[in-house]
Design a protein around this ligand. Sequence first.
Ligand SMILES: Cc1ncc(COP(=O)(O)O)c(C=O)c1O
Length: 488
Amino acid sequence: MKLSKEPFHYERLVEELELKIANGTYKIGEKLPSIRDFHEQQNLSISTVYKAYVELEMMGLVEARPKSGYYVSGFTKTLKEPTFSLKKSPPRKVDLAAIIHTVHQAISDPRMLPLGGLVIAPERLPYKQFARILKGISADLMKSLLVYELPEGNIELRRQVAMRTPGIEGGVDPDDIIMTNGCMEALALSLQAVVRPGDTVIIERPTFFVVLQLLEEMGIYVIEIPTDPTTGMDMAALKKIIETNTVKACITQPNFQNPLGALMPDATKRDMVEFLNSKDIVIIEDNIYSELYFGESKPVSLKRFDRKDLVITCSSFSKTLAPGLRIGWVIPGQRFKDRIQRLKTGFSVSTSSLDQYVLAEFLSGGGYDRHLRVLRSQVRKQVRATAQAVQNFFPEKTRLMIPQGGAFLWVQLPDGIDSVALYWKALEHKIAILPGTVCSASHMFGNHVRLSCGYPVTNTILEGIRTLGNLVRGMDKENTLSHRKKSL
Ligand SMILES: Cc1ncc(COP(=O)(O)O)c(C=O)c1O
C-alpha cells in the first residue's frame, strides 16, 4: 500500500517545497524541516522525504550540509535589478536597436536550437486531434467555412472562452469577447483604442520585446517601472510615477510575466487596479501565460478587481494549443467594446473562419483541460531541467529564479558578460537565445538572457546549454584577464 503511494507523495513534496522556495516562504540560506520532521508531522516515510530532498538538491534548490541538514541553496539568489532612479525616468520614445530584426529571424529559424522563441514543441500540442477535426469536415461544411466569419468571431469559440472566465476574469459573456489574430492583434487593437502617438504608457521593465516594437512603431512614449522577478511590477514606483506624469495606460502581464516569470500576488493585483481605477488610467492586461501555472490553480486576472470598466484583457491559444493558427481574443469591457470592434473590422475584417472552427471543435469536444494538465506538468519539468542544466554548466556567478509558471527562464550572467556578444557566438553554434537588452526601452539587462523551455530537454538541448555555458565561461575568463591586465 505504502509503496504504491510513494511516487505520489514524493512528487507532491518536491512540488510543495519548490513552490515555497520560489515564493519566498523559505528564504535563501534558511534551514528546511529535517527528514524526521516531515516523517513525523506529515506521516511521510523517511525514504519519500529523502527522495524529495535528493531531487531538490539535483535541481539546485537545496543543499545538504553535513551533520546539519538541508538548506535553501543560493542558486535562487534574487536577480539584481539595475538601479532605478525615479528622477531619471521621463517618458521616452522606444528606439530599439537594429539587432531586434535578426533576433526575430534567429528565434523562429527551425534550424536553430529552440532556446530563443517562446514556442511549445508541436509534439506537445494536440496535433492529432486537430488533424481528425480537419478530416471530419464535409464539403458542405467547408463551403460554409470559406466565407468571412463575424468580425467579433466564431460564436461557439467565444462561448468556450467565456466558459473559462468565471472566478478568473470575473465571468464574461460570449458577447463580451472579440476574437483576434493572436494576442498581438488584441494588444495592438487595445492600444489603438486608448492611446495616440505621443501619449505615454507605463510598461514593465523588462518586458516582452514585441510589445516594445509595437510601441516604437506607434510612436508611443513609455515609462518603465522596475519589475520584481517574483512579484511583478513595483507598486511604490508605479504610484510615484503616476503622481508626476500624465499617463494614458499601463500595459502589464500580471501572470508569469515574460521574460521574468513573475506572478503578481492577488493583494498587489487588487491594489494596482484600485489605484489605476482611481486615476482613470486604463490597464491593458496581457494574460497569455495564465494557463501555464505550476501551482494549484489558475491565477486570477486583473479584470476580476476592475470596478470602473478600465481593464482590457488580452490573451490567445498560442502558448497552449497552436501559435500558428493565430487565434487570440480581447475582453474589452463595455467602455471600449465598440471602438475595438470597429478597429478590428478596419484592420483585418475578421479572424480566420477555418482556424476558429478547428479550435471551437477541439474545445467543445472537452479535451482541453486534460491536455492542459499534461502540458503544465511537461512544461514545469522542462523549466526545472533547463534550470538544472544552467546550474550545472554556467559559471557559479550566474543567477536565476525558478518561476511559478510560464515556459521560460530569465538568466542573469556574471557581471561584464555582454549578452548580445553571447547571442552572436551562440548563433555560430546554431543556438538561438534572446539577449536581455531587447527586453527594455532603456537597453538595460546587458548581461541577461531569456531561455525558452518549450521543448523537451533532450540530450541535444542539454548539449546546447552546455555549449552556452562554455561560451559564457570563456567570456568570463577573457573579462577577468583583461581586467587584470588593465590593473597591472
Ligand atoms: C507576453 C506575450 N504576449 C503576447 C505574445 C504574442 O502572442 P500571439 O502569438 O498569440 O500573438 C507573446 C508571444 O510570445 C507573449 O510572450
